[in-house]
Ligand binder design. Sequence first.
Ligand code: MD3
Ligand code: FE
Length: 219
Amino acid sequence: MGPTLDLFGDDDTAQSGREMLGEQSVVLRGYALPDAAALLAGVDAVTQQAPFRNMVTPGGYTMSVALTNCGRYGWTTDAHGYRYSRNDPLSGQPWPDMPAAFDDLARRAAAEAGFPGFAPDACLVNRYEPGSRLSLHQDKDERDYGWPIVSVSLGMPAVFLFGGHERADKSQRVPLLHGDVVVWGGVDRLRFHGVMPLKDHPHPLLGSRRINFTIRRAG
Ligand code: MD3
Ligand code: FE
């Protein structure tokens, strides 16, 4: 039932724009829309200091998703493995500061999803172009899995794959649109997930790109 048909206010999914994906993962539809301009300005500020780049995995594959980071820790991959580092390997400099708009949104969204006291120290910014994809993986490089991850999607839509605790478990397909925020924590924190190859449906603000950033506590 869509919001305009919810005449009696008893459809809390449509009412709040909140969709449970798992027991402790929730999509907040359009939650970032009021802050979209500030968030995009933040992405620009970060990428001026630390440009998007296509990193290589330990298996020797160049990622189709380009990435950069901001905050105290940034996620990197190279021939030697995956890790969080204090400095950008391209420049040798610390990663750019986390924009206040990222930090503020992440704290509010985490609290909204039942994770009060979230104090992020890392943000991985991904850039997708048509054909870019992210194969099924787990996010396991953070120190404490008790903290959630907050994800913000901007630009072109994507089909997100939300799997189970084993790689072979069946995945749910979840569309993620401009302005959607997802919070993943608790029992869902280590579930396999990925993104299907992006189709070219140009977005009015971002053209043929999708930006996803995930705000985390890594250290
Ligand atoms: C579910 N990014 O950067 S965000 C990643 O759209 C990543 O760029 C995807 O997976 C993207 O690692 C998906 C949603 C997401 C992020 C972390 C999760 C879902 C998650 C951690 C655990 C479970
Ligand atoms: Fe991930």
